[in-house]
Design a protein around this ligand. Structure first.
Ligand SMILES: [Zn+2]
Length: 257
């Protein structure tokens, strides 16, 4: 799909007087690296807020320094150690599987404590399960553990799966994980952005769930970053599109539809 299709979809939002909200989540942050520098440069150049889903146990001080110097960055919690605890036959997951929900919850809290020490008030208690999977029993514990947000992948079933817990997912993943773990190409990504926006506009998906871009800075190649760069540039030029931060994406009152 061509970039022009994105403009045409956004035009339809203007006609309806609505803001096409988008948000950006990046997974697997651990340390300051050349790849993270590329991400931070893009975020700064386009002034787009980014939520860095950070792995608590392995997060390094260099990442805390980078976040402190990047005002549009927020840190959210990417599991605990990004370790697979799936039962045999289950798909990969850390937040569930072989352990009890209470055990998983205890580990999550230890992870949140570490992120709070490293990142202070730049950390928000939003759970981003590794592999985008969380067992229901663990998800049910999240509000009691202090989490106010949950983010997985795909159209959310409900905005507030539990009282006090707002879900906002990612919808556009430029990496073909099940094939060659490479960039799927700009055309396929544009198609996914347009598809989610169209679903929201027509009511096929929750219209108030911001369209989520998911990046993985450690595996992105130059072409994948070019897509993100172009997406930010195109949306900046269009009056309907608005990139929001986690405070708005996970607001209990819901983002402006
Ligand atoms: Zn991950």
């Amino acid at each position: 799909m061509s970039w022009d299709e994105l403009d045409r979809e956004l035009d339809r939002w203007v006609e309806r007087g609505r803001a096409a909200t988008l948000w950006w989540r990046d997974d697997d942050a651990v340390a300051m690296t050349p790849q993270l520098a590329t991400l931070l440069d893009l975020a700064a150049r386009h002034a787009v807020p980014v939520a860095l889903a950070t792995i608590p146990v392995v997060a390094e001080a260099s990442l805390a320094d980078a976040v402190a110097a990047a005002p549009t960055c927020t840190v959210v919690q990417h599991g605990y150690a990004h370790r697979n605890h799936a039962l045999e036959g289950e798909r990969s997951r850390e937040l569930g599987g072989a352990r009890t929900a209470v055990e998983v919850g205890r580990e999550l809290q230890a992870g949140a404590d570490r992120l709070r020490v490293l990142f202070g008030d730049r950390f928000r208690p939003i759970a981003v399960p590794p592999w985008n999977r969380i067992d229901d029993a663990v998800a049910r514990l999240l509000p009691a553990l202090g989490y106010t947000g949950l983010s997985t992948f795909g159209v959310r079933a409900s905005r507030e799966p539990q009282p006090g817990l707002v879900q906002a997912n990612a919808h556009v993943d430029p990496i073909g994980w099940r094939t060659d773990r490479a960039f799927v190409g700009a055309a396929a990504c544009v198609e996914r952005v347009v598809a989610h926006l169209a679903q929201r506009r027509t009511g096929a998906a929750d219209p108030t769930e911001a369209t989520g871009l998911l990046t993985h800075h450690l595996v992105f190649d130059a072409a994948a970053w070019r897509f993100v760069d172009e997406l930010f540039a195109r949306t900046a030029r269009h009056p309907a599109a608005r990139w929001i931060g986690v405070s708005e994406a996970f607001a209990t009152s819901g983002p402006a539809a």
